[in-house]
Structure formats: structure tokens, C-alpha cells
Design a binder for this molecule. Structure first.
Ligand code: FDA
Length: 389
């Protein structure tokens, strides 16, 4: 059988590409249903884009690479599409847009767009073999137990990254990239909780606190969450993308920078109260109790000199921790790194070395922050390839 375009992966990027690739596109996926990650994303409501989407929210070896695709299909274009399909949405926080009802609406919308554009979808189909004869790709597919040969002018690789293997994530995109001479940058789990081998935060499990979390060049003001195994919460997931094994992270428990002045003022009105009690008005009481022995928190607030208050606030603002590891691909929202962008055309996502070969979505070495950025990259890169085809 001959098709114009064979798209590997019916996830966010693959379906979006199919919607723009014109008739004669065949999308295959080894899963039973399309868009499974979309379905479970955002707690079932899919954080489908971010109002503040901008190339600075993306990591990769070449920070300029995502600019073209993101500029040519923006968050506003995707919001238009969602509106045309009458899917109600709301902004939750920090520009993050979610469906009011269900992430399934986004999957349905993409399926309608793709099939409306003339694409076919084969589920429970995997790739057994792939070759290129100089002008066409030949793929041997395993479709529900039967072998099928497909010839295609274009091949779009949209099989995502390695995160959540239980959901069918494979490293297939990297194998195909290498097969056709493309480099793959180092991959590691990102947007993922940290673990600590001595589980120091067990007594705090479930406690959330606003922080400024920093790892390497990444610094985020959001909530951190103590867990049985270590640290999670949006601020922590964000900095995990900037963290390397062996690095320290820094938590600033006074991200607003007003605690010293506040405590000085309260020393006049609440001087007879315990220091820990007063601190417990600004930080979770369990966290204050946890830190008290290390920071030597004792006595009444009135007993604390300015210098002592400055010392305490300084320590709260500069808490150094050394995670042992992350929870890995088992829970990571995305894979950092991937198909190297140096030999891809940033306007079309096509290989510079093999015309007709495209890589899109999470498979590529472009990784967004938490908050709808990764889906926007899937939409933008999918449209870039689809339009170029
Ligand atoms: P995606 O993973 O969506 O699709 C790849 C497809 O290829 C899958 O359907 C898979 O079955 C198929 N496939 C893989 N290997 C194959 C093989 N060997 N043969 C055949 N098919 C194969 N992002 C965001 O912006 N907002 C959010 O709210 C969330 N929430 C979220 C929650 C959770 C739990 C996770 C794990 C991830 C998120 N993300 C997110 C990240 C987001 O899901 C991710 O960035 C996109 O789905 C990437 O889109 P792709 O199409 O590139 O890959």
C-alpha cells in the first residue's frame, strides 16, 4: 500500500500533524487508543497551552530552535481551534489553560481535525522494519498480528519520549534518528519529583509551602510539596529540568523577602510568644517544628536580636539540599533531550540530510516548562511539519 505520509505516533504532535498534512496521511500507534497522554494530562483536564508561551520557557541544546515553529503556530492559534470546537476552558494559574470538563474533548477535537483532513488511523499497530531506497520509505507494520508493507514519501516520527513506559512510551524515535544518521542528545527524566535515600521528609509528607526553588540556572517561585520519598510540587518539578545528579538544590522559604521586617514588627506586638509559634504563622507549623532543632529555634520572639532574626531568616532563605535521584521515567512528565536539532530545519522540522523525514513533539531535543508548554510544542511542531508536507 502507498501513502503520501506515514506518521508514527497518534499522540499530541502526530494527530496535530495529521490535521495539517493533507489527504493521504496514515497515522499508526501501538496503543489501543489515540492521545492517551492527553487524556490523563492535567488531572484529566489537560493543561493544553499557556498564555505566556514564549521560547524562553524551553530547554534544549539550541535555545533558538523552537522559535520559528512557536511563532508560526502560537497559543492563540490553538485557543482559536479549541473555541471553534466549543470546548470550554479556564485559566487556572500562571497562564495555564485547562478544559472545564475533560481532556477527552481535546483528543476528540484532534481526531475530528485529523480525520476531517483525510487522515487514516491504525491503532494497535507497530513498526517492525523501516528502510529508505533514496526516494521512498518502506515500513513493515505489524497490525493486530498481521504484517503489512507501506510505502511513503514522507515519514513523520511523533512517538514522543521515554516518560511513563507503562503507558507505552518507547525510545523508538531515537533509534530511527540514529538509523538515518541523526545524533541524539543525552536524555533524562524531567518535570519529575526528587528522592532522598534517607527519606528525611517523611514526617512532613503532605506539607506544601510556597518557595523559590533553584537548581543550576533554573529558579521558580511556586509551591514545593514534601513527600514520603522526597520533594515534589510545581516548583520542584520545574527545577528538576535544570538538575544533574550530584547537584545541590536551594529552597528559599521566604520568596517574598519580607519575613525579617515582618518578624521585627511582630516582635513589638507578639514579643511574648514563642518564636516557633510566630514563625508558624508564616510557614507550615510542621515545617517550623522540623527545622527548629537544626536552626536552634527557641525562646520568645522578644528574646531574638535583629542579628539573630537576620540569621534565622537568612537560613530559611538559603536551605541547601542534595537529592539522591529523581523518580525517573516512571513518573516524569517529559523526557529532556532527544533528537538533536542541529540537522533539523526549524521551520519544517524536516531532516536536512534526508528529505521527507520529520521529527516532531517530545522526541525532539526541545523541552518546555511545566504549565502547558510541552503540549504547545507538540501542536506547533506538528503544524510546522504538516504544513511543510
Ligand atoms: P506522546 O507521548 O503524546 O505521543 C506519542 C505516541 O506514540 C503515543 O500515542 C504512543 O503510544 C506512540 N508510540 C510510542 N512508541 C511507539 C512505538 N514504538 N510504536 C508505535 N507507537 C508508539 N504537557 C502539557 O503541556 N500539559 C499537561 O497538562 C501535561 N500533563 C502531563 C501529565 C502526565 C502524567 C504526563 C506523562 C505528561 C504530561 N504532559 C503535559 C507532557 C505531554 O503529555 C507531552 O509533552 C506530550 O504528550 C508530547 O506529545 P508527543 O505527541 O510528542 O508524544
Amino acid at each position: 500500500m502507498q501513502v503520501n505520509t506515514l506518521i508514527l505516533g497518534a499522540g499530541a504532535a502526530g494527530l496535530m500533524c495529521a490535521a495539517h498534512a493533507g489527504p493521504g496521511a496514515l497515522v499508526i500507534d501501538h496503543a489501543r487508543a489515540p492521545g492517551e497522554k492527553i487524556r490523563i494530562s492535567g488531572g484529566g483536564r489537560c493543561n493544553f497551552t499557556n498564555l505566556h508561551c514564549d521560547p524562553s520557557a524551553f530547554l534544549g541544546a539550541n535555545p533558538h530552535f523552537p522559535k520559528s515553529a512557536l511563532a508560526r503556530y502560537t497559543q492563540w492559534d490553538f485557543i482559536d481551534l479549541v473555541d471553534r470546537h466549543r470546548i470550554a476552558w479556564h485559566e487556572k494559574t500562571l497562564g495555564q489553560l485547562f478544559c472545564d470538563d475533560s481532556a477527552r474533548q481535546i483528543v476528540r477535537m484532534l481526531m475530528d481535525e485529523a480525520t476531517g483532513a483525510g487522515a487514516d488511523l491504525w491503532l494497535e499497530t507497530s513498526l517492525a522494519d523501516l528502510s529508505h531506497d533514496g526516494s521512498r520509505f518502506t515500513a513493515t507494520l505489524d497490525r493486530q498480528g498481521k504484517r503489512q508493507r507501506i510505502e511513503a514519501r514522507n515519514l513523520v516520527v511523533a512517538t514522543g519520549g521515554k516518560s511513563i513506559p507503562k503507558m507505552g512510551a518507547t525510545g523508538m524515535a531515537y533509534d530511527i534518528a540514529r538509523q538515518f544518521g541523526h545524533a541524539v542528545t543525552e536524555t533524562r527524566p524531567a518535570l519529575v519529583p526528587f528522592t532522598f535515600s534517607d527519606t528525611p521528609f517523611k514526617p512532613l509528607a503532605g506539607t506544601a509551602v510556597p518557595v523559590r526553588a533553584t537548581a543550576g540556572a533554573g529558579s521558580f517561585d511556586e509551591a514545593a510539596l514534601f513527600t514520603h520519598r522526597g520533594l515534589s510540587g510545581p516548583a520542584i518539578l520545574q527545577i528538576s529540568s535544570y538538575w544533574h545528579e550530584g547537584d545541590e538544590i536551594v529552597l528559599n522559604l521566604d520568596p517574598g523577602g519580607q519575613l525579617f521586617d515582618t518578624l521585627r514588627t511582630e516582635r513589638q506586638s507578639q514579643g511574648r510568644r514563642n518564636l516557633t509559634t510566630v514563625l508558624g504563622q508564616h510557614l507550615p507549623a510542621r515545617l517550623v517544628d522540623f527545622l527548629a532543632p537544626t536552626l536552634g529555634l527557641s525562646g520568645n520572639l522578644a528574646d531574638q536580636s535583629d542579628a539573630r532574626l537576620a540569621e534565622i531568616v537568612g537560613a530559611l532563605g538559603d536551605w541547601h539540599l542534595k537529592p539522591t535521584a529523581t523518580e525517573g521515567y516512571r513518573t516524569a512528565e517529559v523526557t529532556l533531550g532527544g533528537v538533536a536539532t542541529d540537522r533539523l530545519d526549524s521551520r519544517s522540522m524536516m531532516s536536512r540530510d534526508m528529505p521527507g523525514l520529520y521529527f516532531i513533539g517530545e522526541a525532539v531535543d526541545v523541552t518546555g516548562w511545566l504549565g502547558g508548554y510541552n503540549f504547545q510544542w507538540a501542536w506547533s511542531s506538528g503544524v510546522a511539519a504538516g504544513r511543510a508536507i
